[in-house]
Ligand binder design. Sequence first.
Ligand SMILES: *[C@@H]1O[C@H](CO)[C@@H](O)[C@H](O)[C@H]1NC(C)=O
Length: 185
Amino acid sequence: MASFLNCTLFTFILLIPTFIGNSDGAFSEELSENILMNRMEKTTHLHFYLHDIVSGNDPSAVRIAGTSDTTGFGATFIMDDALTEGPNPTSRLIGRAQGLYSLAAQHDTALLMVVNYAFIGGKYNGSSISILGRNPVLNDAREMPIVGGCGLFRLARGYAVAHSISFDRKMGDATVEYNVYVQHY
Ligand SMILES: *[C@@H]1O[C@H](CO)[C@@H](O)[C@H](O)[C@H]1NC(C)=O
């Protein structure tokens, strides 16, 4: 939450000069200074594990809408899943995946993912990336687009590849390995 707030504050601060610089009270103005501040674009590779816990009395993902059948078309969950450095849930927490996923396919198994990956690890504390994509969960590797980011990941674009390393069919809990390739400034 704190890191997300940071991100929001950061965006707000970024916007202030746009309004201060306005002498005629106009709604918008073109800035001569490039928003990228002439920094070089770089590519970062992130590697972490996501833990999606739907079972037990402290789940990290809960169903909020859809049919009563949790595996049915339209079932929608909100998640606040831990992201860790290693595959073990007790390994170092580096962030959280906060967002929504829905069963959005009628003829196969694919999720619609609308998720912010908010990091707390090292220099990425307070930075986040946003994923909006299709996640065919039964496939070995699922590629999803990164549509933006905040903080160190400002103006991010790239892709994430998700690979499930464990899935408890009975309980529904899953551990997913992520390899993220992100271009940002
Ligand atoms: C991340 O930043 C917040 C302040 O924004 C701080 O309270 C917190 O301790 C930091 N976390 C880590 C792991 O450095």
